[in-house]
Design a protein around this ligand. Sequence first.
Ligand code: COA
Length: 176
Amino acid sequence: MPHDTQSTTPVVRHAAVADAEAIARIFAGPRAIWGTLQIPFPTAEKWRKRLEEGQNAGIFSLVACVDLEPVGILGLHTHPHEPRIRHAASLGMAVRDDWQRRGIGRQLVQAAVDLADDWLGISRLELDVYVDNEPAILLYQRFGFQVEGTKRRAALREGRWVDVLVMARLRETQVP
Ligand SMILES: CC(C)(COP(=O)(O)OP(=O)(O)OC[C@H]1O[C@@H](n2cnc3c(N)ncnc32)[C@H](O)[C@@H]1OP(=O)(O)O)[C@@H](O)C(=O)NCCC(=O)NCCS
């Protein structure tokens, strides 16, 4: 997969079941696993199932593609069947290790924020991020996410407990 063509502009679109193999490749990278709750050695089959089930469970999966290949993914988890939290959604994301730091994360978060604000009527976006995941924390802060608290020993990572920050972005502007 060539990735030295800086002129190739990533394209964001909804994920399809046929993207399962490329998504498994994203989560095969050590940095992608380090920053998320994914288990090493992901399979395309698992992702095929997730993508199939997600469509009915209120999960909007966006992918950023370069030369048609998904190299970044963001899942927006909504609550269409729970009236009291219908205004809230959570997100999780990863960019393939060899595509990080090229603007793809920013493009995916922008797409998710636009989808949430302008099309889904979501006014609270929330997420969990490891306390030492500086790249992700900086990225979310750029979009107005603020730290709300810390979950202690929230997850196991590389044999150690790690604390997690809860971050959220409240849409302040009213729909006209
Ligand atoms: C966090 C992650 C999604 C960022 O995606 P990315 O495509 O690498 O980020 P971008 O290139 O779009 O950078 C956007 C902003 O994020 C921050 N950022 C990204 N990588 C950074 C790094 N290595 N160091 C410091 N800041 C960084 C910067 O603020 C950057 O803006 P700038 O380039 O103008 O300084 C990516 O590093 C990743 O997939 N990490 C592994 C999985 C993960 O941690 N997922 C998040 C789970 S909460």
